[in-house]
Design a protein around this ligand. Sequence first.
Ligand code: C2E
Ligand code: MG
Ligand code: MG
Length: 650
Amino acid sequence: MTATPDVRSRDSDDNVNIPLEQVKIVFAAVPLSLAANLINSIILSAALWALVAHAFILTWFFAISAASVFRWYTYRRFTATTEASRADPSWRSLAAIGTLLTGALWGSTALFLFPADSMVHQVFLAFVIAGISAAAVTTLSAVHGLAAGFLLLTLGPMMWRFLAADHVLGHTMALMTALFALMIVVSSGRLHRTILESLQIRNERRQAERTIRHQALFDQLTGLPNRRLLLDRLHQEMARSIRHGHMGAVLFLDLDHFKTINDSLGHRIGDMLLQSVAARLLRRLRGEDTVARIGGDEFVALIPEIGASDGNAVANSRQLAIELLELFRHPFKIEGHTLHLSASIGVTLFPMGQQDPEDLLQQADVAMYSAKESGRDTTQLFLPSMQAAVDERLKIERGLRHALAHGGLELYYQPQVADDGKLIGAEALARWKHPEHGLVSPAQFIRIAEETGLIYQLGDWVLRRACDDLARLSADADLHISVNISPKQFREAGFVERVRVILADTGAPPERLTLEITESVVIDNIEQTVERMHTLKALGISFSVDDFGTGHSSLAYLKRLPLDTLKIDQSFVRDIGTDPNDAVIVDTIIVMARHLGMEVIAEGVETDEALRFLLSKGCRQFQGYLFGKPEPIEALRSRLHTPQAVEASG
Ligand code: C2E
Ligand code: MG
Ligand code: MG
C-alpha cells in the first residue's frame, strides 16, 4: 500500500451555510415589513386622497397589496419547507423579486402619486419613502446588492422628480435625497460586513466545538473512535443484540512486536504504520462496524451482527478474524521501508451474560493474550474457562490495592556476595502478605501492577522502604541496596524528583543505592533514559541492568548509558553446566562487561558447579539460593558479621 487514505473524514460536516443564513435573515423580516407596508400605504393613500386621481391611488394600493400577498405566500412556503430545500438558490431569487417589486412600487409613488401642487404633501411623501427605505435596509443588507437595488428603486424616482422641478427648493430636495441615499448605502455596506462576520464567527465556533467533540471521542493519530466512543457503541449494541435476538462480536487486535519497529525506526514511522493498519481495517470492515484504537498498538473491531445462533456466530467471527489476519500478509511500505507485520486477535461474542462493555473488552483482551501465548499471528476465541483468569486478575488487582493502602506489603532482601565471601549488598524484593495465600511472590503481581498503573504507588513504597532500611544499615556496614525499577515507573515524568525527595526524607546515602532497570527501559526512548540516568548518577546513585541477555539491547545503546553493573539473567546461570550455549553466553557477557568497564553479577546461583564455572570465567559477584534466599531485613543484618563460604564451595 502506498498512500494512506484520510480515515478522519467520517465526521459529518455541519457548517453554517452562509448564503442560506443570509436569505433567512431577509425572510425573517417579512411579517414586520408587510405590517409596515400596510400601515404606510393606508396612511399615504388617505393623505393623498384629495390631491391625486383616485384611479391612480386605488391601482397603486391594489398593486402593493398584491406584492404583499406574493411576499407573504413565499414567506409561508419558505418557513414550512425543510432546511435542506431552503438551501435551493430559487429562494434567494423569490426573496429578491418580492423585495425589489415592493421597492419599485414605493418608488413609483414619486411618478404616479406625486402631489405636484402641495409642497407639504411632497415633503410628507419624501418622508414616508425615506422611512421605508431606511427601515428595509437593516434586513436587506444581509444579501449583497439587495439593499442598494431597493434604495435605487425607492429613492431614484423621487430624486428624479425633485431634480425635474423648476425651483431651487426642488433641487435642494433632490440633493438631500441623494445624500441620504449615499449615507444609507454606506451604512448598509458596513452592516453587510458585520452580518457576514458574525455568521463566520458562528461557523468558527461550530468548528471549534466539533474539534473538541472529535478530540474527546476519536484517536488523534488515526481518526478512529477511541476507547470512550467504543464503550458507548458497545453499550448500545449489547442492548440491541438482546432486544433483537442476534449475536455480535468484539475482535481485539494487538500488533505483534510493534515496539521493535517503533524502537528501531522511530515513532514517526511507527505512527504512519498505525495509520496504514487503521486504513486496511477500515477498508475490510463494513460501515456499520466500528473500528477503534484503544491503546498504542491495540485496535478493536465491533461487529454488531455476526450471526443468529451461537454456532454460526462462532464460525463467522472466526472466519472474520482469519480474514483480518490475512490483511497483514502483504508487507506495509512506509517511506521506503518494507515492513512485515502480524497481529494477534482475541474474539468474544455477545450477549453471553457479560455485565457491561468493560467485561466484554476484558474478555476479548484475555483471549488476545492467549493468542499471543500460543505463538502470535493467530486468533483465539474467548472461552468460559478463561474467565477464571480474568477473575483471578481482578482479585489480585483489588487485593494489591488494599495491601498498598493497609500496610500489606513487605520488603525482603536477598544477599549478594563477593568472591572473597564478603557480603557486599542485597537486592530488595517486594512480598505481599496475603491473608489467605501467605507470602505472594512479585512474579504474580508485578505485571498486573504495571498494567493497572498500581506500579507507581508500589514502586514508591518499595523505594522509600528500601532507603529507610539502607539509612539504618549504613551505620553498621558498607552495604549496597539494589532496588528494582519497573520501566513504567522509570519513565514517569516526576521520577527523578521523587527519588531526590525520598533520599532527602530518609537520609539514605545515594552512593550505596543501586537502581536495577531492565533492557526495555534502555531501548525505549534512549535520549530520555540517558538524560535521566545522568541526573540520578550525579546524585551518586548506581545503575545495573537486570536480567541481562534476555532483552534486545544493543552494544551501541549500552555504551551510551552510564551503567555500573550487568546482572546475568538466572536463566543462563541455571543451565551453565549442561547447556554449552548458556556457558558461551555467560562467558561473552563477562568479557563484554570487562571491556565496557562494568561489573558483572550473576543471579540465580544455586549450585557449586555454577559458582565454579562463574569464578573460572572471572565473575566476582553472586546472588542466588546458594548464598541465601530473600529474607527479612533482620536476617540480612545478622549476616553482616558472618562471612559467606564462597572459596570453600569453589
Ligand atoms: P529479579 O529482579 O530478577 O529478582 C530475582 C528473582 O529471582 C527474585 O524473584 C528472586 O527471589 C529469584 N531468585 C534469586 N536467586 C534465585 C535462585 O538461586 N534460584 C531461583 N530459582 N530464583 C532465584 P522474586 O522475588 O519472585 O521476584 C521476581 C521479579 O519480580 C524480580 O526479578 C523483579 O523483576 C520483580 N520484582 C520484585 N520486586 C520488585 C519491586 O519492588 N519492584 C519491581 N518493579 N519489580 C520487582
Ligand atoms: Mg532485580
Ligand atoms: Mg533478575
